[in-house]
Ligand binder design. Structure first.
Ligand SMILES: [Ca+2]
Length: 373
């Protein structure tokens, strides 16, 4: 019995040694694998953080996430958080000290990458309300001259390049504010870009506001307005319809303008109040820019009053870059807020003529001069 027990003990001892050796072997073999695995995890983690850096400033990972094509990205794909494309807005903005451009030269801000693949919506000739889906990006098409007001409700990124507005050739009266509006931008996805370029409001027509931002709840809208020409009469007075070339009636968070000519502002030009009827949009944004703008007052109804009104200068941190006003009978720079004097030329027109000439359009076709970046 003792012998057997000894033998058993011996075998057990040997088995334990084998077990220990096996364990050590396993440990030695597994450590490199573990290290490699850890490195792989680190790399994946780093990649994830790298991708997250393309988020919109005010966006979050709870916003929509999409995968897009980019020949510069690894594997030809990139992940997009929050609806803002990698060529995000401020990064494409040129320095304000760059060589001044004149009409027809390249624009400051490019549309979001891949906008050509956005869902396409054609504006009816008579205009109307386009109900878009939040979280979906849209390209707006306007192959025909539009004769009525256009309201864009919903959607995420919106790109509208090229369009003409006609109709409404009679002197308006009564409650014509809404039917004589050009474009209204309403709420959509919270973080997004609304990109408007190449819009011409034709001569011999009457408007209230040409472009109006009526963003009641969104906080992260970046609006870009480039090469807009308003030959139509922005028809109104203080006592009647408050006609504006551009009115921000709530929002956006950031407004960037390059190229805007308006010839007949009877009451106001830019009336910008992102907190009108709501609280100031929260979150981080970019300083607002008005670049290559010429506004002309028209005194047929008593004279233009405020051609430039910024009612929330602490939010907008406005920059003027070649902004010209002429024909304001009362105030050009507004008594409400302030307008930066640098880059502003009152009682003057651009030495090279209108920043946005009508020659940019051929019929309803608009040819973009392209973008600096
Ligand atoms: Ca208005």
């Amino acid at each position: 019995m003792m012998h057997l027990q000894t033998k058993k003990f011996h075998r057990f001892f040997i088995d334990k040694k084998l077990l220990l050796a096996g364990f050590l072997t396993l440990l030695v073999l597994s450590v490199p694998v573990f290290v490699i695995y850890q490195n792989k995890q680190t790399n994946l983690s780093a990649s994830a953080f790298s991708l997250a850096e393309i988020e919109a400033e005010a966006g979050g990972t709870n916003a929509q996430i999409a995968v897009g094509n980019d020949e510069n990205a690894s594997g030809g794909k990139y992940i997009q958080f929050g609806g803002i494309q990698p060529t995000s807005i401020p990064s494409t903005a040129p320095s304000l000290t760059q060589t001044p451009s004149t009409s027809g030269e390249k624009l400051s801000w490019a549309p979001p990458v891949g906008y050509e693949n956005y869902t396409k919506v054609t504006v009816p000739t008579t205009g109307g309300t386009l109900n878009l889906t939040n979280g979906t990006d849209y390209q707006i098409l306007a192959p025909n001259a539009i004769t009525g007001p256009v309201t864009l409700v919903g959607g995420r990124n919106i790109v509208w390049i090229g369009g003409t507005f006609g109709g409404r050739t009679n002197v308006p009266s009564g409650s014509y504010d809404s039917p004589n509006r050009g474009i209204r931008i309403s709420d959509g996805s919270d973080v997004r870009i609304v990109f408007l370029e190449g819009l011409w409001f034709k001569p011999g027509t009457y408007l209230s506001d040409a472009i109006q931002f009526a963003i009641r709840t969104n906080n992260g809208t970046t609006a870009i307005v480039q090469n807009v020409r308003v030959d139509a009469i922005n028809y109104g007075t203080q006592a009647t319809v408050h006609a504006d070339v551009i009115q921000a009636w709530g929002g956006p968070r950031t407004l960037l303008i390059d190229g805007l000519t308006a010839k007949h502002a009877t009451y106001q030009g830019f009336y910008l109040d992102p907190a009108d009827g709501r609280s100031v949009p929260s979150g981080s944004g970019e300083p607002w820019v008005t670049r290559r703008v010429n506004l002309e007052g028209d005194d047929r109804l008593g004279g233009a009053k405020y051609l430039l009104a910024d009612r929330e200068p602490s939010l907008t941190k406005m920059t003027s870059d070649r902004v010209y006003t002429i024909g304001a009978k009362f105030n050009s720079t507004d008594s409400f807020g302030s307008w930066p004097s640098a880059g502003l030329f009152q009682g003057a027109t651009p030495p090279g003529g209108d920043f946005v000439p009508a020659s940019l359009w051929n019929g309803t076709s608009y040819l973009s001069p392209g973008y600096i970046n």
